[in-house]
Design a binder for this molecule. Structure first.
Ligand SMILES: CC(C)(COP(=O)(O)OP(=O)(O)OC[C@H]1O[C@@H](n2cnc3c(N)ncnc32)[C@H](O)[C@@H]1OP(=O)(O)O)[C@@H](O)C(=O)NCCC(=O)NCCS
Length: 217
């Protein structure tokens, strides 16, 4: 439980979404350390890089500090016109991965791009679908997002299938360098009216979060 004085200053730390066995919560110290353990156990097959920024390719000795620096950077660089909300994912009380959304000029554009990962041993059990559904419900119903984007390498069927199941439409192709080679990315767009909802969610900490991102001014 993060110190309430910190939550008052940085409300994402007090955000919590629950939906049956699933919980998404702000990443505090205990969460980031548990996530680091999940990362160390592996997020993908070594020969397959799912991320545009290949953070999992860091040497094992560098990974812990890199990971903490990613966490600190999220807090250190938060600003109204460019912020990301990354939530720790728990399944039946166990830390399993991260579900995030990144925004730019949110108060004008009202959208963000989702991104996520799960520890390898937690994949393929429906958790990825449940966590993205819960996140999209939070964004549409509580944080006034009007649409949501995503992207995945075209050879990442699990990520693309989750997007398809939730109602994201194809939104064009893009090209990225991946481990020194050219790779195709599938861009995706989720409109509110197309969203395939999951079970109802319960939320905590939303009022402070709305204030923090400028929705109540
Ligand atoms: C992407 C990710 C978050 C999805 O989570 P998940 O829990 O594995 O996903 P789910 O089990 O909810 O759903 C996966 C869907 O993809 C399908 N799928 C998975 N691998 C597949 C394959 N090789 N070919 C075809 N379909 C596949 C599953 O059958 C399932 O669809 P279904 O429910 O219709 O059967 C997770 O796999 C992950 O963390 N991968 C590594 C990191 C990553 O790729 N992040 C996204 C970067 S864009």
């Amino acid at each position: 439980m993060t110190d309430p004085r910190l939550v008052a200053i940085y409300p994402p730390l007090g955000l919590r979404v629950t939906c049956g066995p699933l919980e998404l919560r702000g990443i505090g110290e205990p969460e980031v350390l548990a996530l680091l353990d999940v990362v160390r156990e592996g997020v993908h097959a070594p020969e397959f890089m799912p991320f545009t920024f290949p953070w999992t390719d860091a040497p094992a000795a560098d990974l812990p500090l890199n990971y903490l620096q990613w966490w600190w950077r999220g807090m250190a660089t938060w600003q109204p016109d460019e912020w990301a909300l990354d939530l720790c994912v728990l399944w039946e009380g166990e830390v399993v991965g991260v579900q995030g959304v990144a925004t730019r000029d949110f108060l004008t554009l009202r959208y963000g791009e989702t991104g996520s990962w799960l520890g390898r041993r937690f994949q393929g059990r429906g958790i990825g679908t449940a966590m993205r559904q819960a996140m999209c419900t939070l964004l549409f119903d509580h944080l006034d997002f009007e649409f949501i984007t995503s992207a995945a390498f075209s050879d990442n069927p699990a990520s693309l299938r989750v997007s398809e199941k939730l109602g994201y439409q194809n939104n064009g192709a893009a090209w990225q360098t991946r481990r020194g080679d050219s790779s195709t990315t599938q861009r995706l767009l989720l409109l509110k009216e197309d969203f395939v909802r999951g079970p109802a969610i319960e939320v905590e900490g939303v009022a402070a979060m709305r204030e923090f991102i400028g929705l109540e001014h």
